[in-house]
Design a protein around this ligand. Structure first.
Ligand code: GRF
Length: 218
């Protein structure tokens, strides 16, 4: 066991003699949480510089069960329990703040967050989107790409601002649309790309290879 200013630190946490930053993540979902699962599985590697500290949802959804499976606290702030989006947003801020997140990840949260949520967390508030933004923003990016007859679409990772999927692009990658694709087959081809972009971005942020404040200001 080596020591440093922060006291004894396991060698797995030391990089060039200094403890690496381990990002605390809160991940917000509304669906199956397949991208969340990828983060949780990555977190099981001691070298991965982040840990999901809490899972949140705007409704009861399949992905909340991942909290049980991986032993991560999960909370729900039901959108329908509040009289307005702003009141829901204020309750969400309170919940997320309680976990002391370094980074809040919207990964399948099917809600536009109100300005107060953006103000509270952005640029440490990022979103995965199943299209090559600015193409096909909004809740039906996969369906819209198919409907447009596009031959390719993509996956994007952005900093959340007050626009609809118009925030600064952190990473994106093209995904082909194949003849006979349905919304489901195409989405299933996009999601693994989203996960790879998300995992790499978390690593880059933790290792200071990516500065979200700089990106958002550029
Ligand atoms: C993802 O493609 C995400 O980008 C989009 O909704 C999907 C959620 O999938 N907003 P899952 O719930 O992570 O499986």
């Amino acid at each position: 066991m080596r020591t440093c200013a922060a006291g004894p630190v396991s060698s797995a946490r030391l990089r060039d003699g200094y403890p690496r930053r381990v990002l605390k993540l809160v991940v917000l979902i509304s669906g199956t949480g397949s991208n969340l699962r990828a983060l949780l599985e990555a977190s099981e590697d001691a070298e991965f510089p982040a840990r999901v500290v809490a899972i949140g949802a705007d409704r009861d959804c399949e992905g909340l069960a991942l909290g049980e499976e991986f032993g991560i606290p999960a909370f729900t702030v039901p959108f329908t329990a509040y009289d307005s989006r702003d009141e829901w947003g204020d309750a969400l801020i309170e919940q997320v703040r309680a976990w002391g997140a370094d980074l809040v990840i919207l990964s399948g949260l099917m809600r536009l967050v109100p300005p107060a949520v953006v103000d509270a967390f952005s640029p440490d508030l990022i979103n995965t989107h199943p299209a090559y933004l600015p193409e096909f923003p909004g809740a039906h990016g996969v369906r819209d790409a198919l409907a447009a007859g596009a031959t390719e679409t993509g996956a994007s990772l952005i900093v959340v601002d007050n626009s609809v999927d118009g925030g600064p692009i952190i990473a994106q990658e093209r995904v082909p649309i194949l003849p006979g694709d349905t919304e489901s087959t195409l989405h299933d081809r996009i999601k693994p790309v989203e996960r790879r972009l998300l995992i790499q971005a978390v690593i880059d942020i933790a290792n200071s290879h990516l500065d979200l404040k700089e990106l958002a200001a550029s």
